[in-house]
Design a protein around this ligand. Structure first.
Ligand code: NAD
Ligand code: K
Ligand code: MN
Length: 363
């Protein structure tokens, strides 16, 4: 039997609630799969609590503990008592950048039973994958501050893009677009205002497009793209954008599909030199943390992406079907979807769907 070694890093806030739920669902899936494969989980208690005890978000040699894993399941970095730039840079970005997970892939669809806010838009009109450049750009960490005493008087965050970095994310996005039925790619830009890096971004898009003559592609300014997402969602399919632009567009995408609590993502090293990391796109959700109210669907869908990455396509399909049968029932909607269900109810329902499916097959 193949045993996959998975690192779980719940992190902070509702990450501590949704990641154990994700582990439970993966274990139920392995059991229901009747010995086809299994998981060996190792949990890492890094994040805000670790910071309070040790003065850092994760140990200095933390990446070494993750290096041999087949994948990482991550919750959230963000603690009400620690500045956000410390929690983000000290944990999530350290792993994404340390393992060169340069492609951040964010699928968005309206799942069955979810009441999405757009009028005149059904599930068939909104089926996107946003590819986010995940290693440089606006989040390259390049910049500095000029101090006068204790006060910051001037500061910069430089958006740094490299030819290698842009070429590899463009190639990834064109290839992904090519693999989807519509073979349609929208390249998000802002080269009218950002006249250095974004002009190179556009040039490289044109260059890489020549390798994919069967992909229909076009450019769209990021501000116009927000309006298109709302007004003409069916004109989009695969979307590629810089680190900052895609960060913002993908929260909008999640809200248009019903809730931030549903949306999944993978931080992927396409060359498979290092483990890739899967997480819900939401953060620590300070307003509901510790209450058992978090929607675990974003984590479950991230587990589907994790399974696809491991090559377990059939198991991924079974888990997605179980999730969709659960979202179809409004009695199993959490508060973000207007329902009353708790994290544990949704988790138990998905596990029960997996067990029932196995029994149906055995019968
Ligand atoms: P957030 O995603 O934590 O919350 C935004 C809103 O969405 C809140 O009202 C929250 O209750 C709701 N929400 C989010 N996920 C939900 C779920 N699963 N179920 C139900 N409701 C849900 O974003 P924020 O408030 O901007 O950030 C809070 C903290 O999280 C900050 O410290 C931020 O830096 C961090 N953060 C981390 C990540 C990450 O680790 N990848 C991502 C985003 C934010
Ligand atoms: K997250
Ligand atoms: Mn974000």
């Amino acid at each position: 039997m193949k045993t996959y070694r998975i690192a779980t890093i719940p992190g902070d806030g509702i990450g501590k609630e949704v990641i154990p739920a994700g582990q439970q669902v993966l274990e139920a899936l392995a059991t229901a799969s009747g010995g086809g494969f299994g998981f060996e989980f190792e949990n890492f208690g890094w994040g805000g609590d670790w910071y309070r005890a040790h003065g850092e978000m994760m140990p200095i040699d933390g990446l070494d503990a993750l290096r041999d894993k087949d994948a990482i399941l991550f919750g959230s970095a963000g603690d009400p008592d620690i500045p956000d730039h410390i929690t983000l840079w000290g944990l999530r970005l350290k792993i994404c950048q340390g393992f060169d997970q340069y492609a951040n892939v964010r699928p968005t669809r309206i799942l069955p039973g979810i009441d999405a806010p757009l009028k005149r838009c059904g599930p068939e009109d909104l089926n996107w994958v946003i590819v986010r450049e995940n290693s440089e750009g606006e989040y390259a960490g390049v910049g500095g501050r000029v101090h006068q005493g204790h006060a910051i008087e001037a500061a910069t965050d430089v958006s740094m893009m490299t030819r290698t970095g842009v070429e590899r994310i463009m190639r990834y996005a064109f290839k992904l677009a090519q693999s989807r039925p519509r073979k349609l790619l929208t390249v998000i830009t802002k080269s009218n205002a950002q006249r250095h890096a974004m002009v190179m971004w556009d040039e490289i898009a044109l260059q890489i497009s020549k390798e994919f003559p069967d992909v229909t592609w076009g450019k769209e300014l990021v501000d116009a793209a927000t309006a298109r997402m709302v007004n003409k969602p069916d004109t989009l399919d695969t979307i590629v954008a810089t680190n900052l632009h895609a960060d913002i567009l993908s929260d909008l995408a999640a809200a248009l599909a019903g809730s931030l609590g549903i949306a999944p993502t993978g931080n992927i090293d396409p060359e498979r030199r290092y483990p890739s990391m899967f997480e819900p796109i939401h953060g620590s959700a300070f307003d509901i943390m510790g209450k058992g109210l978090a929607n675990p669907v974003g984590t479950f869908w991230s587990c589907v992406m994790l399974l696809e990455h491991l090559g377990e396509q059939a198991a991924a399909g079974r888990l997605m079907a179980a999730i969709e049968r659960v979202t179809a029932d409004p009695a199993l909607h959490t508060g973000d979807l207007g329902g009353q269900a708790r994290t544990a109810d949704v988790t138990a329902a998905v596990c029960a769907q997996l067990r029932d499916e196995q029994q149906r097959k055995a019968a």
